[in-house]
Ligand binder design. Sequence first.
Ligand SMILES: Nc1ncnc2c1ncn2[C@@H]1O[C@H](COP(=O)(O)OP(=O)(O)OP(=O)(O)O)[C@@H](O)[C@H]1O
Length: 241
Amino acid sequence: MTAAPTLTAALASAGVPIELRDLSAAYGEHVILRDLTLSVTPGERVALVGASGGGKTTLLRALAGLIPTQGTLHIGTGAPVRTRVMFQEDRLLPWLGALDNVALGLARPERHRAARALRDVGLAGRERAYPHELSGGQRQRVALARALAHRPDLLLLDEPFGALDALTRADMHGLLDTLLTDTGATTLLVTHDLDEALKLTDRVLLLRAGQVALDLPVPLPRPRRRLDTEPLRAQLETQLH
Ligand SMILES: Nc1ncnc2c1ncn2[C@@H]1O[C@H](COP(=O)(O)OP(=O)(O)OP(=O)(O)O)[C@@H](O)[C@H]1O
């Protein structure tokens, strides 16, 4: 007898490669990304860190196709790419329950994935709860379930846990670490939290003035403890200040 697929297997993706060459982006006269060159392999997890205004969110917007760019920007290998973005605020619709929020935008044959995703983020039993009946951490779990239910090839996370308290955030790190391993999507995570970057990703890019000032691999087994990531954190901190 073959084993039943796991829940997250139903939400899995192979991830897509990203190739940026001499990528530039500007808001009017204000140039934000300057001749940025970067390769990301399928399924790789990359953190974008750096001081405010360095261009982290702008790079995510460029990858999501939300702003015009110059230069080369290739995502995937030609087939349509499913991209999902998750933000610091949950962006749930207040008049819909958790399940309906997750199912939003899914085609009818895909809607069964919503319940699976909600279970995967630990919210089985809260399908009918409205956003105002959930805690901040739970709402971000719903937002994460919504992103994963679309089986993204590319997951763009813009400070997704920035508004959560430290304990809830630590919980979310554990959850995201597991889910990302299971789903396999190529992931870019914008964060100001170096521990978050070092715990969750394969590589940390420090963006400064729209360019990659440091490209730091994180070749550590998972799950990672603070003790393991401390030397890399020290290295990043010297570059940040
Ligand atoms: N829609 C916009 N129109 C004009 N300028 C913008 C716009 N969005 C961002 N900027 C400017 O672009 C620069 C880079 O912003 P971006 O949000 O990419 O930086 P960031 O590294 O993500 O910063 P933070 O860490 O504060 O989120 C900033 O100087 C910002 O003021």
